[in-house]
Write a protein that binds this ligand. Sequence first.
Ligand code: ASP
Length: 442
Amino acid sequence: MGETKVVKFGGSSLADARQFQKVADIVLSDDSRRFVVASAPGKRYVDDIKVTDMLYECYEKAAEGESFEAEFQAIKDRYNTIIEELGIEDFTLDDEFEMIQGAFSHMAGRDYAASRGEYLNSKILAKYLGFDFIDAAKYIFFDDAGLFDWEKTEKKLAPKLAKTQKAVIPGFYGSVPNGTIKTFSRGGSDITGSIVARACSAKIYENWTDVSGFLICDPRIVNNPAPIKTITYAELRELAYMGATVLHEDAIFPVRAAGIPVNIKNTNCPQDRGTMIVSETAEPCEHIITGIAGKKGMSVINIEKDKMNSEVGFGRNVLRALEKSNVSFEHMPSGVDTMSVVIQTENLTGKETTILDEIRSRVHPDQLYIESDLALIAVVGRGMKSARGTAAILFTALADARVNIKMIDQGSSELNIIIGVTDEDFEVAMRAIYNAFIKVKK
Ligand code: ASP
């Protein structure tokens, strides 16, 4: 059959009939696009409601024993409008609607309810494309603990795909051993796409969305940032961890394990090359850095003690204090007599006194205090390893923008530099870094 491409379309790519037509043009223009993973209809305009959210709301009413007639009708209308506007003949979802409505009344489960969004959308898309429909419930499995079960999935899904010419597979859900439907976390159709790509040893996993790739910086902060052409999985992890999103975080793992590249593409501008996500690349970075991401809402516990550096077990004792309160930390920069532990403020709230008391009794510091309203910014790029002067550009840019740097941390892989600034300086700092590396320098 040649080389297979797995293509996943997000909710905005399948929100209405016009979007369905674009999807069909994309899929049918390339014979190797054999397996299509579909999301539920997303938003058609800013204030619109995603079908998945409509389903959750509808099911909530059903579960509380209230009438959910009107909510269910609104969901049916979304699908019927798509079918009608596409002009698909001899096709109706009426039987499916009736079954689902019955299942809602019998409390079939919240996950079951949510999964129907992708199920129904995939039924329409399969019919429209003339492809088979493969129900994810029968081929994607979770174990009893609710964790995705790759062994069992591969055993059933790989042979099924091998003998199927072309098919649409609903994203977002699978089933647990007793057959009950379970979904991944929100945005989980990305994970299904990745699993399908791995199961058929795809040449590429195309993830179609409504932006032309992964942007170098958050467009809400920097005006019209350029897209990243090529990024490694490792770089993506660093940026995603700091809050940059395009792809579901867990979607990386199946394809990464098999060395399958992911191409983020734009359904509304299919000619744009988008972003390639790869294991390794010899392609030099276009800029010294690949991307910038950051998050606000961090706190720092600052600990100072004379001769801390010679006290064996000091760090362990501090971390034990956190562990006791079940708090994880993000970073831990240290000096000769100082140590700072960076923690997400929401994880620390309410536990401050307990943790500080515990640290005090364990290590008897000279100074101990918490600073909040810290933001972290990660400047990420495989190109930093070989470039000289990256830090100079970074710190000059921040100094020129009059941003006070409160913390610096560089990962051992030289893939990123993380800096801490006040929440207030966050946006200014992000823009200054973007301008220094991307706009001005090449
Ligand atoms: N429809 C689901 C959601 O809105 C899954 C997805 O679109 O990936 O989260």
